[in-house]
Write a protein that binds this ligand. Structure first.
Ligand code: OAD
Length: 237
């Protein structure tokens, strides 16, 4: 068994939800293989054709609601609870917009790319929980004006919670990236940031990511198998 850890920073990507049936983005047949992100995931696309953009996210929201967490989500939630009980921390930063970490039992999930199950008013910036389809004509529950969008970070927009993420990375003693291709910044830069801070780094992925060479340790295979085994090997099973 490896030495006990007290503060783990975990960055997850679409690969952790793949075994729950949600598509990844850049794998063959993935979401950005089938759909053009410039037409669906930018503020300009929303301004030009809001119905198409809303439909895309309505479809993804329905898929996420129909999916179930897998053993990787649950193992991270157990490790989060164990570390918290021991006075440590598992900081769970996800690029995913689904709620499978939460439904797997995790408590402190930081969604840097937003959440499918929240909506935002483009008029007054009010955000609120939303499990239903969003239509262009839906009024904001606070200001009553029209112009709702998913509370999602689109290309060209600033990811969320960056200060809290930087602070958590700075106090971590292990950085683990799970199921991410390492191609979207700033998340793709966290492994290099961890290295500069002298933090050990580990990649768990189906195959080597774009950043594989930057990791001290690499474990390849399905997240549903590798994540529980990795955490158990660190006394967090
Ligand atoms: P990607 O689709 O770019 O990468 C997913 C990674 O998961 C790939 O490296 C796969 O090899 C790996 N993978 C696939 N199945 C797996 C499994 N069962 N177990 C472990 N790994 C597996 O997804 P992300 O890196 O999450 O942003 O993409 C980052 C961002 O790009 C997303 O948050 C999204 C997208 O555009 C926005 O929409 C803003």
């Amino acid at each position: 068994m490896a030495s006990p850890l007290s503060r783990i920073f975990v960055l997850t990507g679409a690969g952790i939800s793949a075994e729950s049936g949600l598509g990844t983005f850049r794998d063959r047949g993935g979401i950005w293989d089938r759909f053009d992100p410039l037409r669906l995931a930018t503020p300009e696309a929303f301004a030009a054709d809001p119905d198409t953009v809303l439909d895309f996210y309505n479809w993804r929201r329905r898929n996420a609601l129909a999916a179930e967490p897998n053993p990787a989500h649950r193992a991270l939630a157990r490790a989060e609870a164990r570390l918290a009980a021991a006075g440590g921390e598992l900081f769970l930063c996800t690029q995913n917009v689904d709620d499978l970490h939460e439904r797997g039992g995790a408590r402190g999930v930081v969604h840097m790319h937003g959440e499918l199950l929240r909506a935002r008013c483009t008029q007054c910036a009010h955000t609120f929980a939303c499990r239903d389809d969003i239509a262009r004509t839906d009024p904001c529950p606070r200001c009553a004006r029209i112009g709702l969008r998913p509370d999602i970070v689109w290309f060209g927009e600033m990811p969320m919670h960056l200060e809290a993420i930087d602070a958590a990375l700075a106090r971590a003693d292990l950085f683990v990236a799970v199921g991410t291709s390492g191609s979207v910044y700033p998340a793709a830069g966290y492994v290099a940031q961890a290295r500069r801070l002298g933090i050990r780094t580990c990649e768990v992925n189906l195959e080597p990511s774009d950043n594989a060479a930057l990791f001290d340790e690499r474990r390849y295979g399905p997240a549903g198998e590798i994540v529980p085994a990795f955490l158990a090997a660190h006394g967090l099973g």
